[in-house]
Design a protein around this ligand. Sequence first.
Ligand SMILES: C[S@@+](CC[C@H](N)C(=O)[O-])C[C@H]1O[C@@H](n2cnc3c(N)ncnc32)[C@H](O)[C@@H]1O
Length: 269
Amino acid sequence: MSASVALARDAVAAAADSLAAVGVETPRLDAEVLTAAAAGVDRLELIAQPELGLDATASRTLMGWVRRRTRREPVAYIIGRRAFRRIEVAVDSRVLIPRPETELLVEVAIELAPPGGQVHDVGTGSGAIALAVKDERPDLTVTASDRSASAVDVARRNAERLGLDVEISGGGGLPPGEYDLVVANLPYVRLDEWAALPPEIQGYEPREALIAGEDGLEEIRALVAAVPAGSLVALEHAPGQAESVRGMLADAETRPDLAGRDRVTIGRS
Ligand SMILES: C[S@@+](CC[C@H](N)C(=O)[O-])C[C@H]1O[C@@H](n2cnc3c(N)ncnc32)[C@H](O)[C@@H]1O
């Protein structure tokens, strides 16, 4: 083996040490994901082949990525992608990184949307929710929108790359149309919570994708007010907001995420 080839096992160990030294919460996992991406394999392949060699280019890439991660840039922005349900979406600092708990909203949409129905995703960001719904329920007509023009750009590119037929438009609120189901993971962080958020969020994710006024409910409240009366909606929110969101809807029901926290409320506007 040439002197410029490092073993994956050693590269992961060195990266994990650097990340642990600055207090990254999941140093080993992050080191594995970054090393695998630099080597052009997936994480499980990397774990199965600790003797895999990283050539000089991959090693240099990894060093740069580890440096970025020590400054707390999220792994998903560094490697430029995030797995979500059965798809992988491209992400960058213009959009929120889709969270695992948001997969529940997709599950709910798949369950509630009638065969051949029309579903709209408000505040689509990277497009993750709308694209995952279309991927798992190709019978549905799925549309999405976002008030951020750069998010629309990211979501459209994801739709094109994944070959999923989802129309994505710009603009705030719900575009005119007849929908069987409206889903949304809108901003729901309270203003006073911002300062306590991890550096990965504060330093890198778009603030306007997260904050929703004093009580964190401004965006959800505005959407419910704008949706035609009687429409079926499914809304992601913080666990502590479940009761308030149920209070905005008729026939409301809240579902817990995998961690058992109230996460998605379904009801009629
Ligand atoms: C919390 S992020 C969620 C992004 C994506 N839905 C996800 O789950 O990964 C909220 C998104 O909603 C968008 N947004 C906020 N208020 C909006 C509004 N009133 N109308 C449309 N989009 C909005 C933001 O630009 C941002 O992309």
